[in-house]
Design a protein around this ligand. Structure first.
Ligand code: SAH
Ligand code: SF4
Ligand code: F3S
Length: 460
């Protein structure tokens, strides 16, 4: 994979400096997964690099950018709604630039729709175009014409893109981009392109920089981190990478997502057990509990294999907890298939579930399958799944009372005077404490729970 290094675009910076008397302001809003959030952080970094300031309200902005997600129809509709709502602002504010980037912008039909029906959208570029943003903005400012890039995938990795991170203690760190799995329901491989792994040395130096800057939690990102290393000159797999990163001294913890069950190895689980820096939690999306449906989804594992992995992890990593993604109502899902999902959820006992009603994505193989189940039936199934999950997780969470746990304090809690801390297993505990603790580790004694939220108090 060819590697490029980001360089400052002085020409674009000059065009911007000539256009505006004072530094223009940019509002960047990211939708979707952490990968996209991280792309949004880079987009902000690049904008600052060429002279933009940042603002929190679209009304204050000279440039509004929506960094979009295409994974479900609802996500796309929200973006179109939000873009549409800017029409008035654009009419009032001459020179306001409106742009759309991210996964939606990597679909031809979306770019066409924007071209035809959203004339006030000035700028469109895809997920591989963040480093090109300076020249696109300069072009727009000089030629006063819309700059709508056609979806294209670049077989390159661009390193050293400036970044403006949202948090000073939790960081996202992509180790790979794209996806080669083509699960039949999923748009991601089409919008994010083929898998590309970053070099271990580049990941290590970014990681080291984060630890040195005081970051306490670093989440490694990839659509399937377990296939990390494919195509690199170095012989390195994901577990090797984790071991390499854990050689960096410091007070930090590592999370990662997402781990595809088909490639999750015993070696990975052994590494979680052996490395104290790794959170003892595994997000292992199963999608559904029926072998037949898994085949139709092109997931490449059976429920038996999945459960074997869970068992191995439980045996190897004492106290490990699990979470999962589940799709309800994949085309042709029968009541029996759905019963399989309920059975599986009971067997595993997930701490957390992320559940989605199937959303048809044009261009994916599943979009062509007959889908006779009504939305109401699917919603009813979802309801049953959520009720079951609550009945499993809430008692598990309540039973944690009495333990003292180490948490990373993330933010103010909902109850005044409290803070929220996140446990190793991704659960959140609310406890009374001073705000100065945000961004630090704390030991918290768990005293009880409300639904999925733990409550506790600072331990001495
Ligand atoms: N690469 C990750 C998931 C990325 S998308 C993985 O394979 O686990 C996050 C989740 O969105 C998926 O796990 C799936 O549960 C859900 N999802 C993806 N496409 C979907 C669709 N068309 N409809 C409903 N849910 C979908
Ligand atoms: Fe989508 Fe499957 Fe790739 Fe995950 S692994 S991003 S669900 S195609
Ligand atoms: Fe959405 Fe793109 Fe992520 S489609 S889930 S933002 S990879």
């Amino acid at each position: 994979m060819e590697k490029l290094t980001y360089t400052h675009n002085a020409d674009a910076a000059a065009v911007i400096a000539q256009t505006y008397d004072t530094p223009p302001l940019a509002y960047v809003r990211s939708y979707g997964c952490q990968q996209n959030v991280n792309d949004g952080e880079k987009t902000r970094g690049v904008l600052m690099d060429i002279g933009y300031g940042l603002c929190d309200k679209p009304e204050d902005a000279d440039l509004i950018l929506f960094n979009t997600c295409a994974v479900r129809e609802h996500a796309e509709q929200r973006v179109f709604g939000n873009v549409g709502a800017l029409k008035g602002l654009k009419e009032k504010k001459r020179g306001l630039m409106i742009g759309l980037c991210g996964c939606m912008a990597n679909q031809k039909h979306v770019v066409e729709k924007l071209r035809k029906s959203y004339p006030y959208v000035d700028l469109v570029f895809g997920v591989d175009g963040i480093d090109t943003l300076p020249q696109l903005i300069a072009q727009k400012l000089q030629k006063h014409k819309r700059v709508l890039m056609e979806p294209a995938q670049r077989p390159v990795i661009v390193e050293n893109i400036p970044i403006r991170r949202e948090s000073e203690f939790r960081a996202w760190l992509p180790i790979m981009y794209g996806c080669d799995n083509f699960c039949t329901y999923c748009i991601v491989p089409y919008v994010r392109g083929r898998e590309k792994s970053r070099k271990p040395g580049d990941i290590l130096s970014e990681f080291r920089g984060l630890v040195e800057a005081g970051y306490k939690e670093i989440t490694l990102l990839g659509q399937n981190v377990n296939s990390y290393g494919k195509g690199l000159e170095e012989q390195v797999d994901f577990a090797d990478l984790l071991n390499l990163l854990c050689t960096v001294p410091g007070d930090y913890q590592i999370r990662f997502m997402t781990s595809h069950p088909k490639d999750a190895s015993h070696k990975l689980i052994d590494t979680i057990a052996a490395q104290p820096h790794l959170c003892k939690h595994l997000h292992l999306p199963v999608q559904c509990g029926s072998d037949e449906l898994l085949k139709k989804m092109n997931r490449h594992y059976t429920i038996e294999q999945y459960l074997e992995l869970i068992e191995y992890a439980r045996k190897t990593v004492p106290g490990i907890t699990f979470s999962s993604d589940i799709i309800v109502g994949f085309p042709g899902e029968t009541e029996e298939d759905f019963q399989g999902t309920l059975e599986l959820v009971k067997k595993v006992g997930y701490m957390q579930l992320f559940t989605f009603i199937y959303s048809k994505r044009n261009g994916t193989p599943a979009a062509k399958l007959p889908d006779p189940t009504t939305h109401a039936e699917k919603a009813a199934r979802m309801d049953r799944l959520l009720k079951l999950q609550d009945s499993i997780a809430f008692p598990m969470i309540a039973a944690m009372a009495g333990q003292t746990v180490k948490v990373l304090v993330e933010a103010a809690g909902r109850t005044p005077g409290t803070l929220n801390g996140r446990l190793d297993n991704n659960l959140v505990v609310e406890f009374p404490a001073e705000e100065s603790l945000i961004g630090q580790y704390a030991n918290v004694r768990l005293t009880g729970s409300r639904a999925a939220l733990l409550v506790g108090e600072l331990a001495e």
